[in-house]
Design a protein around this ligand. Structure first.
Ligand code: WTA
Length: 632
């Protein structure tokens, strides 16, 4: 691709161009893609409403860019390698030609069941090739995919389906993840009791379990594909038509549906992938995320396929059947770029070094990190034992809302500094703001991280509630997109992300809002009268969840009540949101206006009770001593 940057000097000049004239810069990048009709205006924007439109008037289909346009030159090149949970099972390889055909067939199945442009389709699936195919099939016909991580509960799935009124659900019989088995179809059946919008469910076979199929609603994919044509024209989409919705947690209320659109997302996904990972034509690239998260959307599927890359998709977990699994897969398939999360690295670090030292890992060229700040020890372990001190690490900072990587090194081109994400990608204009929302322009400072100019894959809205999008991201500091993160900028202008400054907890790279967990706990209203949840540092997960709970009767059987609270959270959200610690308290530290002082609760959860600050203004200062004494 001619947009690939090849030196740090070139990065600097491209960055300058992208700041001097963003519209012209991105128009130049967009020329590298296949448009059915060229756009009329490159960019229109204001951050007040907010309204951002890229490549308006342009027509395209992202799957033509991911698949069709590669057929001539790369038809027999591998598009997808699938590595199963169990290493003894055979892996699957699909060439661009094969993937194209599978996507077209699946797209025709969707059409056969009445799906059309603009319809929302929920995907609740294991990490199997059918998931990749299903995502592309939706995009092929212009249906809006909303992938829900298959670890969320039936209730969380139902909330998401209802919020965007999905017409279809794409799923599978069951799922293997490490030693766990999840009855995926049964979860869907449970969720659909609460969903009236869903007319059709398409089910892939993965585990061959006996599942309950509802006549007239549920269909087996392998039977349906037999009935359809293998050609499916790509639906022409406006650049600003919706491509997908992905739900993510914020500080308040229920998770919101972040909306990404076709044109801008495509351009940024393709551009950022090629440059951050410095992908070369014959490389094998592996991102270990799940497609249920934004990282899987942009950097397992769209980014690599837009560049004609070979992308590896892994069904399992880092520690199954043993801690050497990642390294075994890297050697087995000759992986060149490897992209994972700090929490995985820390979990593997805790298993010693033998598991990594027994693999050669000669193929590796670039290592990536994403999802949370990477601590120095994990960075060094990754660099020394995995990268053998020769592969650069790219610490990539970004968010569901940003669609693609925002601050990161570019392969081996950029200077590296452990725990620093580094410099912004071309087109990205980060700023640090002080309490009043004023830009701090010098280096060697800390502030709230915001972005002052739109880039092509910025979120366009939160589904069905534009006001919420405005309030969450554009109202805190007028004229800026506010990230919710705090950051430092060092003397060289490199950014170091500190973490969330709002009520979002990042557990193993998964985002949760304190409010959604509190709501789940408070739903046990026969036992619980109030709760407050905070994050605290955890060696492997980065952060873990600490819940303070006020019960409405004396706690006689604490373990039983804790188990009930955990069950409520697992039922409302999923196992990934399980509180690690639950402390029963008689009150919470509140201001006179009734606001919970989370700062104090966070300090106590961290085990740092020496500097709680002034507690005299609290409604009931004594409660702090009680909480301190009972801390877990
Ligand atoms: C955090 C994941 C430090 C950050 C792509 C952000 C990071 C949130 C990094 C978004 C990183 C992500 N260094 N922190 N390299 N990457 N984060 O939406 O707090 O699941 O706001 O997107 O993860 O999480 P999300």
């Amino acid at each position: 691709m001619s947009y690939r940057i090849n030196s740090f000097e070139e990065y600097k000049s491209e960055y300058q161009k992208s700041i001097d004239d963003p519209a012209e810069f991105w128009a130049g990048i967009a020329e590298n893609f296949l448009w059915q009709k060229k756009w009329d205006t490159t960019l229109e924007w204001e951050f007040e409403t907010p309204k951002v439109e890229w490549f308006k008037g342009g027509k395209l289909n992202i799957t033509e860019n991911c698949l069709d346009r590669h057929l001539e030159k790369r038809g027999n090149k591998l598009a997808l390698i699938w590595e199963p949970n169990d290493p003894k099972e055979r892996f699957v390889r699909l060439t661009y030609r094969e993937l194209h055909e599978e996507v077209c067939k699946y797209a025709n199945v969707l059409k056969k069941h009445g799906a059309k442009k603009g319809d929302r389709i929920a995907l609740y699936m294991p990490m199997i090739p059918d998931l990749a195919i299903a995502v592309m099939a939706c995009a092929r016909i212009g249906a809006v995919h909303t992938v829900v991580f298959a670890g969320f509960s039936a209730s969380a799935l139902a909330d998401r389906i209802n919020d965007c009124q999905c017409k279809m659900v794409l799923t599978a019989d069951g799922l293997y993840r490490g030693t766990k088995e999840i009855p995926v179809k049964a979860v869907v059946n449970e969720a659909l009791k609460e969903c009236t919008s869903v007319e059709t469910v398409i089910v892939s076979e993965r585990t061959q379990w006996n599942v309950k199929m509802e006549e007239g609603r549920d269909f087996w994919l392998h039977q349906e594909v037999e009935t359809v044509d293998k050609n499916c024209p790509a639906e022409p989409m406006d650049a600003e038509d919706m491509l997908f919705i992905l739900y993510t947690s914020g500080s308040t209320g229920k998770p919101k549906g972040v909306v990404h659109t076709c044109g801008g997302y495509m351009v940024y996904a393709g551009y950022s992938f090629a440059n951050v990972f410095q992908y070369d034509e014959s490389d094998i690239y592996w991102c270990t995320a799940d497609i249920g998260w934004i990282t899987g959307h942009t950097y397992i599927l769209y980014g690599p396929l837009l560049n004609g890359a070979t992308t590896l998709m892994f069904e399992g977990v880092p520690t199954y059947p043993g801690p050497g699994r990642f390294w075994q897969v890297i050697d087995k398939h000759g992986v060149n770029q490897f992209y994972t999360a700090p929490t995985a690295i820390r979990a593997l670090m805790a298993c010693g070094e033998d598991h990594v030292l027994s693999y050669g890992l000669y193929s590796l060229k670039v290592l990536g990190s994403v999802g949370e700040p990477i601590n120095q020890e994990a960075w060094e372990w990754y660099h020394i034992h995995v990268g053998k001190e020769k592969s650069p690490i790219v610490d990539t900072w970004w968010q569901t809302e940003t669609g693609g990587i925002m601050i990161s090194g570019l392969g081996g081109l950029s200077p590296m500094n452990p725990t620093h994400a580094g410099y912004p990608l071309p087109g990205i204009q980060p700023v640090l703001l002080d309490q009043e929302g004023k830009e701090i322009t010098e280096n060697g400072v800390e502030g709230y991280l915001a972005i002052k100019h739109p880039w092509p894959s910025i979120l366009r809205t939160t589904y069905g509630d534009h006001e919420r999008c405005k309030n969450t991201y554009f109202n805190t500091y007028k004229g800026y997109y506010f990230t919710g993160d705090g950051a430092k900028r060092d003397e060289n202008g490199m950014y170091r992300i500190i973490g969330r400054v709002d009520d979002v907890i990042n557990v193993s790279g998964h985002r949760f809002g304190t409010a959604e967990i509190e709501n789940a706990i408070n739903s046990l209203d026969e036992i619980v009268s109030e709760s407050a949840v905070v994050g605290y540092p955890h060696d492997i997960k980065g952060q873990a969840i600490y819940a303070y709970v006020i019960t409405n009767k004396p706690v006689e059987t604490p373990d039983k009540i804790r188990a009930e609270i955990i069950e409520a959270v697992v039922g409302e959200i999923g196992k990934i949101a399980k509180p690690e610690k639950i402390q029963f308290v008689s009150g919470l530290p509140k201001t006179r206006s009734g606001k919970i002082m989370r700062r104090i609760l966070r300090k106590i959860a961290e085990g740092d009770t020496s500097s709680l600050g002034d507690t005299s203004t609290l409604l009931d200062p004594d409660v702090v001593d009680e909480i301190k004494e009972g801390a877990l």
